[in-house]
Every structure is written in structure tokens, then in C-alpha cells.
Design a binder for this molecule. Structure first.
Ligand code: HEM
Length: 221
């Protein structure tokens, strides 16, 4: 139970970040000046109480801690599940498929979707935060880095696949997290939870994808 609660709380912290990040990215529709202003503002947020980049570093520490907790809980829950299926222990016996074969759609999107998203985040940070991988060309301007990178077809494909994985992951993950935390109390609550999970996952996926696809369509230029 403690592992599931850890999974739920760390997941919800990352969902809040994703909603804020997605909203921030929509500034790209305001054009170069608006987006670059926004990007600069993030680094000076909280000044003078916080030092330059202070807010960013707090965010990075919180997100890294949430990610480590999430992966730790996922690995332990998966190992427990596999032990139950292969009959190594009698403690958590399950009649589901043996030998770790993915039988359920939701465990598939959560586990393998999680792996895809993790690999994507590494690529994404090297691409847009550090600029180590800069297909389309480097630039000192965050707006131009975004435009350059999204002018390369395979980068748009990577972002699209990753965002679809995020959508499926959140569709089940949000539901699961809120159920673990006790929101699943009645048939009515279950319906509301399902609707909320759909709304959040669609908002995140569509909201994020609007930017690269608007660049492809020439609406952001
Ligand atoms: C179309 C989709 C996305 C775009 C255009 C985008 C854009 C950006 C940009 C421009 C930055 C750099 C901020 C800066 O350093 O000034 C950034 C950072 C970041 N993004 Fe995204 N992002 C997208 C989707 C995502 C998704 C789906 C995730 C997570 C699953 C994510 C997680 C992060 C993280 C963790 C950072 C690093 C913050 C840092 O430490 O600097 N992003 N993103």
C-alpha cells in the first residue's frame, strides 16, 4: 500500500508539472518575443528572494525526487506482480498470465509507456534544455531552438509518439493514483474519476502537440 501511495503522490506531482509546462508552451503562439520573455522569466522567477535560476533548481530537485520515487515504486510493484504470477511466493498469488507476459492493457501502457516516456525525457532535456542534440540547428533564442528542432520530421515524430504514450499513461495513471488515494468511493465517484482522467490526459496530449504541429503547419513561424 505504501508503495502504491508513493507511486500515486509522485505521479500526481509530475502531472501538475506537465499541466503547467503545457500551458507555458502555449506562449509559443504569442510569437518570438512573448515566448522568449516567458523563457527568460522562468529563470528570474522568485528574485530577489531566490537567486537567479533558484526556482528552476527547486523544480528540478522536486521533479527528480518524484521521478526516482515513481521508478522505485514501479520496479518494486512490478517485481511483486511477477513473483505472484510465477508462483515464487504465495503471499501475492495471482491467476493472471505467467512469466511476466503483459496480459492487461493498463499494465502495458503503464510499464512500457513509462519506459518510453523516460527515454523521451532524456532526449528532450538533451534537445531543448542543454541543446546537446540540436537537429535543425542551435540558436541562443529559445523560440528559434524550438522552431529549428520542430522543422526536422523525425523530431516531430519522436515528440508525437512520446505524447501519445504520455496520454495513455496518464489516462490510466491518474485514475489509478486517485483510486489509491481513496477517491474511488462509489459508482458515481468512479464515473467522475474516469471523466477526470480522460480530460487530463487529452488536455496534456493535445495541448503539448498543438505547438509542434502548428510549427509543421506554418501557424507558428
Ligand atoms: C511538444 C512538447 C514539448 C515541448 C515543445 C517542450 C519544450 C520544452 C522546453 C523549451 C524546455 C526548456 C526550458 C528551459 O530550459 O528553458 C523544456 C524543459 C523540460 N521539459 Fe519539455 N516540452 C514538451 C513536452 C514535455 C513532456 C511531455 C515532458 C515530460 C514527460 C517534458 C518535460 C520537461 C522537463 C523535465 C524539462 C526540463 C526542465 C529543466 O530542468 O530545465 N516536456 N521543455
Amino acid at each position: 500500500m505504501a508503495l502504491k501511495a508513493l507511486m500515486a503522490v509522485s505521479g500526481l506531482i509530475m502531472v501538475l508539472y506537465l499541466l503547467a509546462h503545457m500551458y507555458g508552451n502555449l506562449m509559443a503562439f504569442g510569437g518570438r518575443e512573448t515566448f522568449n520573455n516567458y523563457a527568460t522569466h522562468l529563470h528570474v522567477l522568485g528574485e530577489p528572494i531566490l537567486p537567479y535560476d533558484g526556482f528552476f533548481w527547486i523544480l528540478r530537485v522536486v521533479l527528480t525526487a518524484a521521478l526516482i520515487a515513481h521508478i522505485y515504486a514501479a520496479a518494486h510493484l512490478t517485481a511483486r506482480d511477477w513473483r505472484a504470477r510465477t508462483g515464487v511466493t504465495n503471499r501475492y498469488q495471482s491467476k493472471k498470465g505467467r512469466r511476466g507476459v503483459q496480459r492487461s492493457y493498463s499494465s502495458f501502457t503503464l510499464r512500457w509507456g513509462g519506459v518510453v516516456i523516460f527515454l523521451y525525457v532524456i532526449f528532450h532535456i538533451l534537445n531543448l534544455t542543454t541543446g546537446t542534440i540540436h537537429p535543425g540547428g542551435p540558436s541562443p533564442s529559445p523560440y528559434d531552438r524550438l522552431l529549428n528542432t520542430m522543422s526536422v520530421w523525425w523530431v516531430v515524430a519522436v515528440y508525437t509518439i512520446a505524447l501519445l504514450a504520455v496520454g495513455f499513461h496518464l489516462r490510466h495513471g491518474v485514475w489509478s493514483a486517485l483510486t489509491t488515494l481513496g477517491a474511488h468511493t462509489s459508482a458515481k465517484a468512479r464515473t467522475r474519476l474516469n471523466i477526470l482522467a480522460y480530460v487530463i490526459s487529452i488536455a496534456v496530449t493535445v495541448g503539448f502537440l498543438l505547438v509542434p504541429w502548428s510549427i509543421v503547419a506554418g501557424l507558428i513561424h
